[in-house]
Design a protein around this ligand. Sequence first.
Ligand SMILES: Cc1cc2nc3c(=O)[nH]c(=O)nc-3n(C[C@H](O)[C@H](O)[C@H](O)COP(=O)(O)OP(=O)(O)OC[C@H]3O[C@@H](n4cnc5c(N)ncnc54)[C@H](O)[C@@H]3O)c2cc1C
Length: 295
Amino acid sequence: MYDIEKIYQAKSIPDAIDALLADPKAIIISGGSDVLIKIREGKLAGCSLVSIHGIKELEGIYLEQDGTIVIKPGTSFSHVTYNEIIQKYIPILGNAVDQVGGPQIRNIGTIGGNICNGVTSADSASTLFALNAVVEITGKAGKRTLPIADFYKSAGKVNLEHGELVTAIYISKDNYEGFGGHYIKYAQRNAMDIATLGCAVNVKLSSDKTTIEDMRLAFGVAGPVPMRCHETEKLVKGQKITPELFEQVGKTAITEVNPRTSWRASKEFRLQLVEELSKRALKQAIVFAGGAIYE
Ligand SMILES: Cc1cc2nc3c(=O)[nH]c(=O)nc-3n(C[C@H](O)[C@H](O)[C@H](O)COP(=O)(O)OP(=O)(O)OC[C@H]3O[C@@H](n4cnc5c(N)ncnc54)[C@H](O)[C@@H]3O)c2cc1C
């Protein structure tokens, strides 16, 4: 039983904004895989909804002339995974969202809903952090853009005012060209479980593939919001790929994160995961970037 006061199907982005502004309590629903659960659990019982599901301008993925990848927020996880642009340029993201829930959730849940719910375990989030994604937000006054790290405010809270919606996610060419990336989701079981820890690495190697030119290391569930490990990133830049480097990465990463104990896992176990997964994800990312690992 879904206790909903009313639902309005918006026809366009401006129509959705007007409908939200007309009702201070109205909530956006896209795929509904979070919102409907909350309504059924009673957390949003009696709410008014503005549906953005099916608005064509909010769906799809394309390349801009300068090589920027534009992902519209209403694109389902399945469409992200199987999209040719994603597969060609940023397979790490397609792989990350292919680990969300089960097939039904991946068919209905959207990448926009995944970041707008503000949850640290969102499988798309750490990868988008490691890709330096930029979020476009549209409201009555027009558009504004924010780096994804500034979009997340605190656990469950994102930088969105009432009457605003996310209308695009941008990944510029300099943030993916020449990079190899890998995402590891550690969960208690392989299907239908949210991450105990998620780790995304994007790495760019020197032309002889022996040295790390650039590295982005991001985690989900290592703190109240998804996060990057900037000190670890600085440490590895310009370094040769050696077994010692991986040890350094794992040891430094645990000094930057702030996981908590929950019913899913203890803080100590999550720290162990941070150390281990950062090494494993970096190794695989190096291989995807054309490098080799000698141990
Ligand atoms: C059984 C099950 C398993 C799941 N497993 C996983 C998992 O393994 N990994 C994972 O990351 N997630 C998981 N989820 C969570 C969920 O599928 C995702 O968070 C999904 O991406 C939400 O997208 P949606 O379109 O369904 O969002 P909705 O439920 O429609 O909305 C979610 C939130 O985002 C807001 N919103 C949506 N779109 C916009 C927009 N364009 N602009 C502004 N606000 C917007 C809504 O107002 C709401 O607050 C699971 C959910 C279920 C039910």
